[in-house]
Design a binder for this molecule. Structure first.
Ligand code: AMP
Length: 418
């Protein structure tokens, strides 16, 4: 095959017609489960202001320092959204969604963009679904968020995973912990990686998230935040754990889990799967009680998660889970000659109006070729039409799977099928 002149960008993929039914099936599951949880869908633009993402996600995060696709046009700085928490919060503040009353229980599905080094399960354009519950600091909200996330995997049949949980504390607990952490790391400062040295003053907790080999020894022996939570944060975390146990949701506590974004407070969680290989994170999230205010709104607690859809697809493949039924069409009209083609074209809408999917040949092919095409399209029935059939008003109606034929009028076929 000749090589195409134009291709997608590195790390960006087409979802081809053989794949798209799986995507739609997954999206349907997410919409259905979200409705059961009474979550409402929010759709925001693909592009946001660069400043929002820098503020929202954090100046020192990998996303902002290395991974955003950003450009200037006129006086505006555009960024392709790398995640949706900051944009959803922007929308919440911009449109005063708090005035709708109660807490806002929002969910989304859509593409995100990060200029990462592509590998299996890591793309430059990828898709996430996620939830943001804005306006509640009750542990019930944290747990509903986690329960929804788990429900999607449960419904699909992915069972082999590990839910890791931690509390990264509120500002008071974090300040106390950060100073303990700095005291512990200070004597080793010169041995830390360059990135960790940069994070030392502003956000030493992110050092715990470092993948750099030279940091690992210090991370392993670092003091843990759970020993430094104030009473309120400790109580909040205990409640989250307690509710999860009540729901029968298994978890392990991982004191090193701090997550990639700066905005998390208190609950942080990540769902990993051994079926995924090196990029094993299916989903992650947590509480972000400071973000709404950071973006210019009133102090408003919130919690959310985001899940990678490509990674979910990879897990399904590994586990031989079929998300979508094989493709099929109910009726394929095989037409021979001009009159028959014109009859076929006008018969199609009658089937479709009756809720029956129907198609015909567009290429004026031989009967044999059309029958072959009907098989390729996995047609359930075919209708064979030529001049003789038109004259008689009776058509060969063939059950493709059982290879049985009858001679019927169009009305009789319609009655039979409906
Ligand atoms: P994050 O927004 O970084 O917390 O990511 C949430 C989830 O999105 C991860 O657990 C992955 O499943 C997925 N994800 C993040 N980055 C990528 C990427 N570059 N390609 C594919 N999936 C990703």
């Amino acid at each position: 095959m000749a090589k195409a002149k134009y291709t997608t960008h590195l790390g960006m993929f087409d979802i081809l017609p053989d794949e798209s039914p799986k995507w739609r099936a997954l999206e349907n599951i997410i919409h259905e489960e979200a409705a059961k949880f009474n979550f409402e869908e929010i759709r925001t633009p693909i592009m946001e202001q660069t400043e929002l993402i820098k503020r929202g996600v954090g100046q020192l995060t990998d996303i902002v320092t290395k991974e955003i696709f950003a450009f200037k046009k006129g006086d505006s700085n555009y960024v392709l959204r790398p995640e949706l928490t900051a944009p959803v919060v922007r929308s919440f503040v911009e449109h005063h969604l708090d005035q709708r009353g109660g807490s806002q229980k929002l969910y989304y599905i859509g593409p995100m963009f990060r200029a990462e080094r592509p590998q299996k399960g890591r793309q430059r354009q990828f898709h996430q679904f996620g939830v943001e519950i804005i306006g509640s600091d009750d542990p019930v909200a944290d747990v509903e968020c986690i329960a929804f996330m788990m429900q999607i995997y449960k419904r699909i049949g992915i069972k082999n995973f590990n839910l890791k949980l931690n509390s990264v504390g509120d500002p008071e607990s974090r300040d106390a912990y950060k100073s303990v952490l700095r005291d512990y790391l200070k004597p080793h400062f010169d041995s830390l990686s360059e990135l960790s040295q940069k994070r030392f003053d502003k956000n030493p907790m992110r050092i715990l998230d470092s993948k750099e080999p030279e940091d690992q020894e210090f991370i392993k022996n670092a003091p843990v935040i759970s020993d430094h939570l104030n009473e309120e944060s400790a109580r909040h975390f205990e409640k989250v754990c307690d509710y999860l146990r009540k729901l029968g949701i298994e978890y392990t506590i991982d004191p090193l889990l701090v997550r990639g974004m700066d905005y998390y407070t208190r609950t942080a969680f990540e769902l990993t799967s051994p079926d995924l290989g090196s990029q094993d994170a299916l989903a992650g999230g947590g509480r972000y009680d400071l973000l709404v205010q950071e973006i210019g709104g009133k102090p408003t607690p919130a919690v959310g998660f985001a899940a990678g859809m490509e990674r979910l697809m990879i897990a399904c493949e590994e586990l031989n889970i079929e998300l979508a039924l094989p493709k099929k069409v109910d009726i394929y009209i095989v037409s021979l000659g001009d009159n028959a083609r014109s009859w076929a074209l006008t018969a199609l809408p009658k089937f479709r109006e009756a809720g029956i999917s129907a198609t015909m040949d567009y290429l004026g092919r031989s009967m044999r070729a059309q029958m072959k095409d009907a098989n390729r399209e996995n047609a359930v029935y075919s209708i064979i039409v030529g001049d003789n059939e038109l004259e008689e008003g009776k058509f060969t109606f063939r059950n493709m799977h059982e290879s049985e034929e009858e001679s019927l009028s169009l009305d009789e076929i319609l009655t039979k099928l409906s």
